[in-house]
Design a protein around this ligand. Structure first.
Ligand SMILES: *Cc1c(COP(=O)(O)O)cnc(C)c1O
Length: 498
């Protein structure tokens, strides 16, 4: 199978080349030339997550050998890395509504599913394509991605990972996770400024020709761990199928049934994987797109107009505080029958005017596949309280957005098709907000770390081991820098004179 750009560049790449390149030279995103079908009866016979992953990855990564794919899967999805043998286990409120927990990996967020395997796929891609340079991954993070990337690239041969996070712009727990990171090739820095400052600086380092040449002369090349890389998308198709398989096994429904998914959405990567799963043959009726107050996707799906010119809200579900959902481009491309001129035009409009309107044909296709709504922080907190009181289940803030939108969906549509809500983080990652939802405003003199333990005492929900052990870990990455120092720090790490 070959991959091509959404914006019309005619170059066709192998899967390994696609993973190495990340973004197409014409600015577009790589997509497979066709979406391979899966025999739903065959895949339903599989019991292990790893076997489902093998079948799906093999369909897309056709220049990888079976042994290479098996190796990556075994290294990524095992009980040293994940604390549950089902990898993405389900919890059912009742026959019609279940949660798929995507946060059993090493960093307690769903990004682990992709970032545990993507570095291994990249490392093999490097060998296949005779790339001898060491790959230096740069990440600007507002929280979850940085830690997940550090854990994923930790000790992966031929790579180094450098993460920059805003000094006062991540939660205390997220910061502790990053500054205690172990591994011989991992580096993290607190940068004075906000997330935008950090991201802008990382982007300018990627575009700094002189710096990049200097790195190349010394045997290094920069790469990103961004969610638009195909290597991050394809592993996410797996848990859509595995949710269905677990639902069948638990007798929630039978093979003739359709299912729905609710996806708390930011960059549109997770829900796009659901669209591909449906296209491959998983009987999905509706993909329900859930947003917080940054409801740009709700408006888009309902009106056909994407308009990013709006107020940006900082919410208690920060991983969904996004106004440009990059992966939407792949959906539009697929649904417009690969009309790359049309896509290029829309993306130019977005860049120049901050908005675009899609044609009626495309909009009606989207409305058939998707349903969308949003909720604010107050509703998000109320739902956390309610599900804990009534169902003894503790939702994280992002998952609560999904659960709240699901309840709006069934009350408006009366569609009781068995539904899976994707749970994207463990609640303890956002302890302050969860505490507040259950018990009211916490004592402001208490640290988030202390509140985490207080929350455990009051709820009896166990803290995941890696978060609990943060207390005993030593702080390895202490440095706080100005954004002007970022490129010097990179050179220092690589042993290059500036
Ligand atoms: C990244 C993230 C999301 C958003 O996922 P997208 O693929 O960007 O839509 C939602 N919840 C959590 C906890 C995340 O870390």
């Amino acid at each position: 199978m070959l991959y091509k750009s959404t914006r019309g560049d005619n170059e066709k790449l192998l899967a390994s080349e696609t993973i190495l390149e990340g973004l197409s030279k014409d600015g577009g995103l790589f997509v497979p030339e066709e979406i391979p079908p899966i025999d739903i009866k065959e895949i339903s016979k599989l019991e292990r997550y790893q076997d489902v992953a093998f079948l799906i990855l093999k369909k897309f990564l056709t220049d990888y050998t079976n042994d290479e794919i098996s190796y990556c899967i075994d290294q990524a999805y095992n009980l040293d890395k994940f604390d549950n043998k089902f990898i993405t286990p389900i919890f059912s409120f009742n026959k019609n509504c279940s949660i798929t927990e995507l946060w059993h990996g090493p960093t307690q967020a769903f990004k682990d599913i992709a970032l545990q395997i993507m570095p291994l796929l990249l490392s093999i891609a490097k060998n296949k394509n005779n790339i001898h340079n060491e790959i230096v991954i740069l990440v600007a993070t507002s929280g979850d991605t940085g830690k997940a990337a550090l854990e994923g690239y930790k000790d992966v041969k031929g790579t180094k990972i450098i993460v920059f996070f805003p000094h006062n712009g991540v939660s205390e727990i997220q910061k502790l996770q990053m500054i205690t990171q172990e591994g011989t090739n991992t580096f993290s820095f607190a940068v004075k400024g906000n997330f935008d400052d950090v991201q802008t600086s990382v982007k300018s380092i990627f575009n700094d020709v002189a710096l990049n040449n200097k790195l190349l002369q010394n045997g290094f090349e920069l790469s990103s761990a961004n969610s638009i890389n195909w290597g991050r998308l394809v592993p996410q198709i797996v848990y859509y199928f595995y949710s269905y398989i677990q639902g069948l096994k638990n007798n929630l429904f039978d093979m003739n049934s359709e299912i729905n998914f609710v996806v708390p959405t930011g960059n549109f990567g997770n829900i796009l994987a659901g669209y591909y799963a449906k296209k491959m043959g998983l009987p999905i009726k509706k993909l329900i797109c859930a947003s917080n107050s940054n409801n740009v996707l709700t408006d888009f799906i309902n009106n056909g107009i994407y308009n990013r010119k709006r107020k940006f809200y900082k919410t208690i579900s920060p991983s969904m505080d996004i106004l440009i959902s990059s992966n939407l481009e792949r959906l539009l491309y697929d649904l417009s029958n690969s009309d790359s001129n049309y896509i290029l035009n829309l993306m130019i409009q977005l860049k120049e005017n901050g908005e675009y309107k899609i044609n009626n044909d495309l909009h009606s296709k989207i409305k058939n596949l998707f349903w969308a709504d949003w909720v604010d922080d107050t509703t998000t907190k109320k739902q956390i309280y309610k599900d804990f009181k009534e169902n003894n289940y503790l939702l994280d803030t992002h998952t609560s957005v999904g659960r709240s939108v699901y309840l709006k969906y069934i009350s408006q549509t009366k569609d009781f098709t068995p539904t899976f809500i994707l749970s994207t983080a463990n609640p303890y990652k956002f302890s302050i907000s969860i505490y507040e939802a259950l018990f009211g405003k916490p004592d402001p003199t208490k640290s988030e770390f202390d509140l985490m333990f207080e929350l455990e005492e009051k709820t009896n929900v166990p803290i995941p081991a890696p978060l609990r052990s943060l207390k005993e870990k030593s702080i390895i990455h202490k440095v706080v820098i100005n954004k002007e120092q970022m490129s010097d720090e990179i050179l220092k790490i690589l042993g290059i004179k500036s």
